[in-house]
Design a protein around this ligand. Sequence first.
Ligand code: ADP
Ligand code: MG
Length: 605
Amino acid sequence: MDIIHLLPDSVANQIAAGEVIQRPASCLKELVENSLDAGAKHIEIIVRDAGRTLLQVIDDGIGMSETDARMAFERHATSKISEAADLFNLRTMGFRGEALASIAAVAQLEVQTRREEDETGTLLEIAGSQLIRQEPVQSPVGTNFKVKNLFFNVPARRRFLKTNSTELRNLINEFYRIVLVNPDVSFVFVSDDELLFDLPISSLRQRIENVFGKTMRKGLSSQLVDMKAETPVVSIYGYIGKPESATKQAQQYFFVNGRFMRHPYFHKAVMAAYSGMLTAEQQPYYFIYFSIQPELIDVNIHPTKTEIKFADEQMIWQILQATVKESLGKFVLAPSLDFDREGDIEIPSSVSPDKYKVDAPQTRVNTQYNPFNTHTVIQPSVDGWEKLYENMPSSITGEPEVKTPDIQSITDLFPKDLSSLTPYQYNNRFIMLSLEEGLMFIDQHRAHSAVLYAQLREQIKQKKCVMQQVLFPEVLDLNAEDSALLLQMNDQLHDAGFEITQIARNSFSVDGVPAELGNQNALKVLIDILHSMEETGIGAQQQMEHKIALSLAEAAAIPAGKELKEDEMRDLVGRLIALETGEYSVSGKRISALLPNADILKLFK
Ligand code: ADP
Ligand code: MG
């Protein structure tokens, strides 16, 4: 007996759907992209239960004829390309003709659509690829899609979905990727009857501000600078964050021809332009838009289409790096630009294409930076104190052979009785101690952070954090994403000493703060905590406690630049060595380093 047979379409569609529609966010992306392709100028998104029970997209685009509306749900049905060559000349978001067939396979779908030239519109109801109803209806021009009970017939997929707040966050992230590149379209986003976004048609800059203004600390406009380059190969424009606005969790976006993309290689070009201006964990904001002839990119290499291959990536790398660097040089009064002492690329004053007919991109190597080396001292800092080194012979600044102490804990390097030591403060940042083995440097801020972190972890665990009531509670206005996070973390935050009350859907009043914070800005710390959670998503309780303790400790710790008294330094050193780690912080940053005697002697040979 022969055993091979063709799968029924409904099964094939369900399998294919797994590729395209993994979660409500992917469904949102496909529907909204279709609306954009249909020339919509106003798009409304309505979701219930983070898109599980309802995901509706209403547009004012061109609509579909009765036949097209029926056809649209067939696999490989598309109005956007007709031959393979078109793939290399894409001007629409969609082209595979798979999305609607996929959604129809795994949800209950209702669509109403009408074209301008038709008197009546069409209503279609489909569930699990089966047509249930088709009839004429009165409807406005445009298309109205309702996707109900996503994965109703694929329990495994349904179980795979995360909590509502995570899925809502995914929806919002997808929404960002679309609205940030379509400022000429207005968007409304409603979740469980709550209006989350109402974005009018505006300039790009205003759109960015409308989307992120709230979460950025000092208001957005003051923190972003323009960048622009026109070359025959590519045009690049957009906004980049000033170095001082960099955070652990900055929004970073690349778009090409109206499409969001990930591009780790170009990301490196941006980071290279910032080189020397940020510390290892700081990330700059950027919103960078490429426009390039469609033949020169291939959007076809990835099923979810966020990775895009360019014909000439090396040249674009170089253009991008130079453009970012130029903007930083022009708009940011940054003396730090000369951190790269290897001889900077000439920053072109006007971006002339010929300048870029040059060799493959070279990352300029800062010979003084070696992440495996132990000289914390070369870390760029706010104080510009590295300049102290500038006139020193390179034999000193170049390769100070500071050895990592060959031990787990620095405790062994210290005498039992610390009172015999005289600590000195160096540049208001390091505590310097003369030890038997050499000269020890301790970063005061990191040391104190480590001490506080350990203490906070313990206190949170034992629910012994001390809360300080706030006399005039501050109000924290968050975006939907962050409020969802905050609500999920409220227990842990409470254990850490925060008292937070929800006063409106996305507004919270901060009535109590951890005593350690003193007069530090509690709101900023809270936002920091939320941002650091966004990175990983809500994890186990331990993970939340870790992040909370870390952010609190960093905010409350003695800052670099603060002058310390001798006994304050001695006290801090004592607490640090009691930790039994003391060399690296929990996030892997060096706290202390020893300049061994032998190396000091070498300087005098
Ligand atoms: P693709 O977008 O890759 O062409 P889809 O399955 O997403 O494939 O859509 C199939 C077709 O349905 C599209 O090519 C388009 O002609 C039509 N269509 C889908 N959504 C809309 C909409 N909102 N307005 C008008 N036409 C639409
Ligand atoms: Mg599509």
